[in-house]
Design a protein around this ligand. Structure first.
Ligand code: SIN
Ligand code: FE2
Length: 216
């Protein structure tokens, strides 16, 4: 895969199936990257990125914030969706319409009509940060898909099956790429390999990932 210049690359098909119910839409968010980054900056000004603590007492390498009517949080007591940012005691910033619309369009493109996300977890990776293999299963209704938008430095996304021990495939996710998984793939194990160092024209030494969920 050859980077030609920021945000444009020769990357094979625009639509790559990962598994039944899961598809990679290459460059889907690319036309909206500038507005997305401005929206993320405004959210982070209200609810700064922070490295949360897992129930096991480890500090995550990925820094997180949220927008939407609820946000995903973890602390010593467990994982949950909370309407309130525990750092500020205030509600999470609202989900900007642009973000919601992009997620709805990506879901629809992937075959999931009428996706109505109420939560968006925003992950910030610096070189070395990773996300271990996990399932997204804190949402009340797993009938709705997960929509994941990648910005900044490219990452290696691991996508497996419904069992932790299932073989994982590796996909390079670049600036503007969107992955949608739902239906038979909704509870697939997935993760992100340690971020390789690099310099992205828009985000410097960072990768930002948004995951849209229907949590409640
Ligand atoms: C996640 O599983 O919440 C994040 C996935 C990613 O960063 O690509
Ligand atoms: Fe996840």
């Amino acid at each position: 895969m050859t980077d030609l210049f920021d945000g444009f690359e020769i990357a094979g098909p625009a639509r790559e199936p990962l598994a039944p119910g899961a598809v990679l839409l290459r460059g889907f968010a690319q036309p909206h990257a500038t507005e997305l980054l401005a929206a993320i900056e405004a959210i982070a000004a209200q609810a700064p990125f922070r490295r949360m603590i897992t129930p096991g007492g480890h500090q995550m390498s990925v820094a997180m914030t949220n927008c939407g009517s609820v946000g995903w949080v973890t602390d010593r007591s467990g994982y949950r969706y909370d309407p309130v940012d525990p750092d500020s005691g205030q509600r999470w910033p609202a989900m900007p319409p642009l973000l919601r619309q992009l997620a709805e369009q990506a879901a629809s493109e992937a075959g999931f009509a009428a996706f109505a996300p109420d939560a968006c977890l925003i992950n910030c990776y610096e070189p070395g940060a990773k996300m271990s293999l996990h399932q997204d299963r804190d949402e009340r209704d797993v009938g709705a898909p997960i929509v994941s938008v990648s910005l900044g430095l490219p990452a290696t996304f691991l996508f497996g099956g419904l069992k932790r021990s299932d073989k994982t495939q590796r996909y390079r996710l670049a600036h503007g790429d969107v992955v949608v998984w739902g239906g038979p793939a909704r509870l697939a194990f997935h993760g992100v390999a340690p971020l390789a160092d690099g310099e992205h024209a828009r985000l410097g030494r960072r990768r930002i990932n948004l995951t849209f969920r229907r949590a409640r």
